[in-house]
Ligand binder design. Structure first.
Ligand SMILES: [Zn+2]
Length: 264
């Protein structure tokens, strides 16, 4: 065989493999908990920021979840199910919001509540009260309204850039600052930019966190590492709801192929 034929054969084999993989996720859909990563819900920033969804885009996704039988749970629900075998609703999903933008208070919370859904917000605590971010009163109000609050460090620095001796400032103090300001105990953490290190995981465990979310898409199972939970990033897709459905399919494919899956 000449080189050309080899290339055709390899490409054909790859296509068959991918078609088989895609077919498998339809025939045997993956099971487990899907965690979604959002940032902003804001009509004003949607044209300039990939991490912003318009209210309409966000509502379409909430409707999609409802129409397709997904049920929102909190991270605490997930951890309790894992630890104590408590039952979860069918097709459980967790909606998470990073950074602590004020539009989460203004737009996200009422929209989620109107759907009877749950959500989790991860705060970069030194941003609280700055322009564009929630203030302490809004944050407390969100918690009182059932939004689960977690930490996203103090200063939003990727943890591989934080000297080990300063990890406590980002991981421990961000948690304590919220608790000292009257928030309930903080148990959950989101890695800035999805970056984690062995030292940061150790620091989280030493400070009584129960779980942390990454930016690696996939399904969370009973044997998924609690400090490397799989999470699907949702951005402002060029192709609207088709883009969102492709993102979901991509998560299923990555999971099925075992790419970046954190199994204990
Ligand atoms: Zn962030």
């Amino acid at each position: 065989m000449n080189i050309k034929k080899w290339i055709v054969a390899v490409v054909a084999l790859f296509c068959v493999f991918m078609i088989g993989t895609v077919a498998s996720v339809y025939i045997y859909p993956p099971q487990g908990v899907l965690i979604f990563e959002y940032h902003r819900v804001n009509d004003d920033s949607v044209d300039t920021d990939d991490y912003s969804l318009s209210r309409q885009q966000f509502q379409e996704q909430l409707d999609y979840f409802k129409d397709n039988g997904y049920n929102t749970i909190s991270l605490m629900d997930y951890i309790r199910a894992k630890k104590y075998g408590e039952e979860l609703p069918p097709n459980p999903i967790i909606l998470t919001f990073d950074d602590g933008y004020e539009d989460n208070y203004i737009n996200m919370m009422p929209m989620v509540q109107a759907m009877g859904m749950k959500a989790t917000m991860f705060m970069a605590t030194n941003y609280i009260g700055k322009e564009g971010y929630v203030n302490w009163q809004q944050l407390k109000e969100m918690q009182d309204n059932g939004i689960e609050i977690g930490s996203h460090t103090a200063n939003h620095i990727p943890l591989n850039e934080v000297p080990v001796e300063n990890l406590d400032n980002e991981i421990k103090l961000s948690k304590l600052l919220m608790e000292w300001n009257g928030m309930k105990t903080i148990y959950f953490f989101s890695y800035p930019n999805g970056v984690y290190t062995d030292e940061s995981i150790k620091c989280l465990k030493d400070n009584d966190y129960l779980a942390a979310v990454t930016g690696n898409a996939g399904y969370n199972q009973s044997n998924t590492d609690n400090f490397l939970l799989q999470r699907t990033n949702v951005s402002n897709y060029r192709f609207g709801s088709l883009g969102f459905k492709w993102r979901l399919l991509k998560t299923k494919i990555l999971y099925r192929l075992g790419i970046n899956q954190h199994i204990d």
